[in-house]
Structures are given as C-alpha cells and as structure tokens.
Design a protein around this ligand. Structure first.
Ligand SMILES: [Zn+2]
Length: 147
C-alpha cells in the first residue's frame, strides 16, 4: 500500500518527461534525407546539375561488397547506414554528397558511401556478396541525376 504513491509519482515523472521530449522529437524529420543533403558540404545548388533525369555523362561502374577485401572490414557505409543491394552506391562525395540519388541502368541508387579509389566519374555499386560484385565487373554506363 505504501508503494502506491511512489508509483504514481514515477508515472507522473515519466509522463512529464514524455511531454518535454515531444517538441524535440518534432524537429527530427528535418535531419533525414534531403534535409541532410541540403546542409552537407558541396551541396551548392546549381540548377543545371540538380535537374532530375539529367544525364551526368558516362561513368566507370564497378562493384563492391562489405567483405574485408572490398571494404576493409567496415560493415557500415561511410554515412553510417547498413549497405543494401540495389540501393547503396559509393561515389566521389565532392561531386555527389551523401543522399544523392542517381539512376544507373534503370535502378535508382543512393550515394551512401565513399572509397579511396572512387573519385571523379566513377561509381561503385554495393552487392550483397563478393561473387556478385566480381560478376558485375567493370563497365561504363550513363548516369542520371534522380531527385
Ligand atoms: Zn567483396
């Protein structure tokens, strides 16, 4: 019986902490996706380069996976995400900041990673296995901006 008031108090503290945390929570969505890109380095908006569907030219495409050989033991991307096939690509972040969406051979990928050899007109596409990454080989493809 004596514990009852304490439980009530704990409940009130919990409720009020929830209330106080709500306004902070409400601002969270701004930090995701496009918001992050807009605030990121190299996110200078140039109309010519940000038109969705615009060709960015021909790039050299390679494949990689999360194995030690490809990624040096890093299981997460440079941006901290879990890499996903048909989604994650590594690019020159000076050209394409994290979060940039690019259309390559009919698939829309998102720049989430970088690599020491991925610079200029090069794109590294993430695969779930080293075999798939190897099988994809090296080829050239036209890359389009896709926002
Ligand atoms: Zn690999």
């Amino acid at each position: 019986m004596r514990k009852y008031p304490k439980m009530m108090l704990a409940g009130l503290v919990f409720m009020s902490s929830l209330l106080f945390s709500l306004p902070v929570y409400a601002t969270e969505p701004d930090l995701t996706d496009s918001g992050y890109v807009a605030a990121g380095p190299g996110a200078v908006q140039e109309d010519e380069d940000t038109t969705s569907g615009m060709s960015l030219g021909t790039f050299t495409i390679t494949g990689y996976c999360s194995c030690d050989f490809c990624s040096g033991g890093h299981k997460l991307t440079y941006s901290g995400t879990v890499p996903k096939a048909d989604h994650t690509i590594s690019a020159d972040l000076n050209l394409f900041p994290i979060g940039t969406k690019l259309l390559i051979n009919g698939t829309v990928y998102t720049v989430e990673d970088m690599g020491s050899s991925v610079n200029g007109k090069k794109i590294d596409i993430y695969y779930d296995s080293h075999e798939e990454a190897l099988a994809a080989g090296m080829y050239t493809a036209e890359v389009f901006r896709w926002d």
